[in-house]
Design a protein around this ligand. Structure first.
Ligand code: BDP
Length: 557
């Protein structure tokens, strides 16, 4: 046994290849003492995530197994532990991907032994990336709270529902940011009106505090504080509206990715990221390509950042990156590959994501997949019910998926189910490389096609690999100059297309990937380096996104 940090990805802490590329079971073990003061309460163990599968043991008893690497799970361990006493907490994490996991992967033989391969372009960091908690609750307690907000003139309307163990009276007290009570209600579900409400809006992360309480007579038995941002998200033709006002998204697809610690969540790193977002004038990001730490979602709420919240369904596309990052020669949708079992796992991760993030005002769109194969009949059958799953779980937000270049307008068979169009396009990089004139014309003509759908279009990825410090005149691919020329060409295309309501450049920062001839020490499409310093292009984005002629102002008056 060796020492391991929690939270952290294990991969880059060691110096040997075996550890970095290890796949299989990784055993974590520690001794924990239950606080003596918790006598008489229900005690639980809560993991914010275990990538990609976690099985928890208390002493020698298995208490829970959870599939899916980026969402929380919890087990009640009251009967197995004693207040004031220690117990042995063991977590078996497994990072193997298969055709029945989200994201998918496959183990293939190689001359040097089996290798885990996958079709997504980021390193398969694994371990326990987020905090692990012991929890204590009274016997009677709230288990879930849902809030949906609406606006009526200057009144903010909060429709709420609660779930609980124990038949006590539930009530709710809403306080404003100064702590003054602005609305109250009694009952497990109901509606609260906040007169003259301060609405949550982009750049204004105003949050109320809703305290949900379970009462035994006058005694508060359990209470839960839920922050509430009062806002609406709607679509009107090709416009995306927040609080009835058209918005234009600026920002990035991001990654949870840092030197040494991999996908560990660290508050200080998060603050640096948000400060960089603010500096550059980004009002939004996408949680490409998996749910991020809940701390990130809370912080986005408080900062007034708009979030496209994505499931880990990335790489459901065996035709993409084949031979470069993934394995070759598979059919995406088939009984032996992405099949009914995968579809149910995918449905469950959509439900789990929405269950976790439904109350975040920052979340304005659900993205149920990134770049799946979407031009085939198999794709249509696979995705149709998944959109229903998302809409059943949440009626209050648009649902979409991110379309890949291989399924252009006219060929894609999945966008018909989506409320809006989200496109990843690399005109001037993967196609028309070093030909920005051709790139611009081809991109503009594809967007003309998508515009006829009458739905808002968000460009969720556009980018060019750029090696920081490489300068060339005239700009050539990989140089800082080419990244600038590339972005200017893309931006002209967006500005000329009315239906485009957002641009999220790929990527916020450079990040780790599997090794290969397409990647130089990882993916280098960042506007920032991996240590969060600006490349030359960051200054261009900043000028564009903060000036009075920003696309926001130009398109929305
Ligand atoms: C897209 C993917 C993204 C990749 C990017 C790229 O959505 O994960 O990192 O392209 O190639 O296909 O840089």
């Amino acid at each position: 046994a060796s020492q391991m940090a929690v939270p952290a990805s294990f991969n880059d802490l060691a110096t040997d290849r075996e550890t970095r590329e290890f796949f299989g079971d990784i055993w974590y073990q520690t001794v924990v003492r239950v606080p003596r003061g918790w006598a008489g309460q229900r005690i639980g163990v809560h993991l914010e995530s275990a990538t990609h599968r976690g099985t928890v043991f208390v002493n020698d008893t298995e208490v829970i197994t959870h599939q899916g690497g980026y969402l929380p799970f919890e087990a009640d361990i009251t009967d197995l532990v004693a207040p004031g006493e220690e117990f042995r907490l063991t977590v078996r994490v497994n990072n193997v991907l298969s055709f029945q996991t989200i994201p998918p992967g496959v183990i293939e033989d190689s001359p040097h032994g089996p290798k885990l391969r996958y079709w997504h372009d980021f390193f398969n960091y694994a371990g326990i990336h987020r905090d692990v908690w012991l929890t204590a609750r009274p016997e009677s307690h709230l288990t879930d709270v849902t809030v949906i907000t609406d606006i009526d003139g200057t009144t903010g309307r909060v429709t709420y529902s609660t779930e609980a163990v124990g038949a006590l009276v539930t009530d709710v007290v809403v306080r404003d940011a100064a702590g003054l009570t602005v609305a109250t209600a009694t009952g497990a579900e109901g509606t609260l009106d906040i007169p003259d409400a301060h609405f949550w809006a982009p750049g204004d992360g105003y949050l109320y505090d809703a305290e949900f309480r379970m009462l035994d007579g006058e005694t508060v038995v359990h209470s839960y504080h839920q922050s509430v941002g009062v806002r609406t998200v709607t679509i009107d033709g090709t416009k995306l509206l927040v609080n009835g006002q058209p918005v234009y998204l600026t920002g990035f697809g991001m990654h949870e990715d840092h030197v040494t610690v991999g996908k560990q969540h660290i508050d200080s790193m998060m603050i640096r990221d948000f400060e960089c977002l603010r500096w550059i004038g980004a009002n939004s990001f996408r949680t490409s390509h998996y749910p991020y730490s809940e701390r990130v979602m809370d912080y986005a709420d408080a900062q007034g950042i708009l979030v496209i919240d994505e499931t880990p369904a990335v790489g459901l596309n065996m035709g993409l990156g084949g031979g470069i990052m993934g394995a070759q020669g598979y059919t995406t949708y088939s009984p032996d590959t992405i099949n009914d079992v995968t579809q149910e796992v995918h449905a469950q991760v959509i439900r789990d994501l929405i269950a976790r993030d439904k109350n975040h005002p920052s979340v304005i769109i659900w993205s149920i997949a990134n770049e799946p194969e979407s031009e085939t009949e198999g794709a249509e059958d696979y995705f149709r019910p998944l959109f229903d799953v998302a809409r059943q779980a949440d009626v209050s937000r648009p649902v979409g998926f991110v379309n890949v270049m291989l399924a252009p307008h006219g060929a894609c068979r999945v966008s018909q189910f989506a409320d809006l169009i989200m496109l990843n396009r690399y005109y001037g990089w993967y196609v028309f490389n070093d030909d920005l004139v051709g790139a611009e014309a081809a991109f503009a003509s594809e967007l003309e096609g998508w515009s006829t759908e009458g739905k808002p279009i968000i460009i969720t990825e556009y980018g060019a690999d750029t090696y920081p410090g490489l300068h060339q005149l005239p700009g050539q691919p990989w140089s800082e100059e080419y990244q600038i020329d590339y972005l200017e060409a893309q931006h002209r295309v967006f500005d000329n297309c009315d239906a485009v309501v957002g641009e999220q450049m790929w990527n916020f920062a450079d990040f780790a990937t599997t090794a290969g001839i397409m990647r130089v020490g990882g993916n280098k499409k960042g506007a920032f380096t991996r240590d969060r310093q600006p490349k030359s292009s960051a200054h261009l984005l900043r000028r564009r996104w903060t000036s009075t002629t920003s696309p926001w102002n130009r398109k929305n008056g």
